[in-house]
Design a protein around this ligand. Structure first.
Ligand SMILES: Nc1ncnc2c1ncn2[C@@H]1O[C@H](COP(=O)(O)OP(=O)(O)OP(=O)(O)O)[C@@H](O)[C@H]1O
Length: 217
């Protein structure tokens, strides 16, 4: 396995409070991880740092074999890293427009956008919601649309913040069922979660954030 991301001495501080001080953070290519830790351990913050949504200090960073700096957040990572919030924010247009937006912003032709969006909607089981305004969706539908929106951009690394939080029953199971297919598509995936069914998925490695350090299990 080759390393996709290696960060040395990754530190995050809020005011006087040091949230984490990770000697070496490593993710392998095409590998899946769950990130666990007690409430407030810093899981969401770590994902936000990796996604470039939150500043942090790093002594050295390598992504896909290239030495980069964490700040300003590298363009190569902005292209390659996807992040899905537990309460995804969407434009109040249509599901199809939201899923295709990132591809259009990257300059993809309309025919390609339409094709990729149709495939992603089928994958996520949201074809019937194509024209719906995301405002009207349930939490589970929104999460599946958000996963489809991230997937069409073919991220090398996909960061999922509690993808099943606030979901139960069939909605939760539908989201859980999508995760192995994301992993099989070749992205590395990191899921911050407390959900035992996600933690127990096959071929998923465990990272635990405890007292500001990462334990690889
Ligand atoms: N912008 C901020 N300013 C100050 N403190 C913050 C900020 N964001 C997060 N924190 C604090 O950092 C700590 C870690 O928060 P974070 O949300 O990363 O934890 P978590 O492990 O994801 O928790 P949970 O499992 O409850 O979602 C918390 O104590 C939180 O209050």
């Amino acid at each position: 396995m080759s390393a996709l991301l290696v960060i040395d001495k990754l530190r995050k501080q809020f005011g006087e409070r040091r949230l984490f001080d990770i000697e070496r953070f490593t993710l392998e290519a095409a590998s899946a991880y769950v990130l666990t830790g007690v409430n407030g351990a810093g899981k969401s913050t770590l994902l936000r740092v990796l996604a470039g949504l939150e500043p942090a200090e790093a002594q050295a960073l390598s992504f896909d074999g290239k030495a980069l700096a964490l700040a300003p957040y590298p363009g190569a990572m902005r292209e390659a890293v996807g992040y899905v919030h537990q309460h995804p924010i969407m434009f109040s247009t249509s599901v199809a427009h939201n899923i295709g937006y990132g591809l259009t912003a990257r300059g993809a032709a309309k025919a390609q956008v339409d094709f990729e969006v149709a495939q992603a909607m089928a994958w996520a089981g949201v074809e019937h919601l194509r024209a719906s305004d995301p405002v009207s969706l349930s939490g589970g539908e929104k999460q599946r649309v958000a996963l489809a929106r991230a997937k069409v951009l073919r991220p090398r690394l996909l960061l999922l913040d509690e993808p099943t939080a606030n979901l139960d029953g069939a909605a939760r199971e539908q989201v859980i069922a999508l995760i192995p297919t994301l992993i099989a598509a070749g992205s590395s995936v990191v899921m911050a979660c407390h959900d035992p069914d996600l933690i127990g998925l096959a071929n998923v490695r465990r990272l635990k954030l405890r007292d500001g350090h990462i334990e690889y299990r």
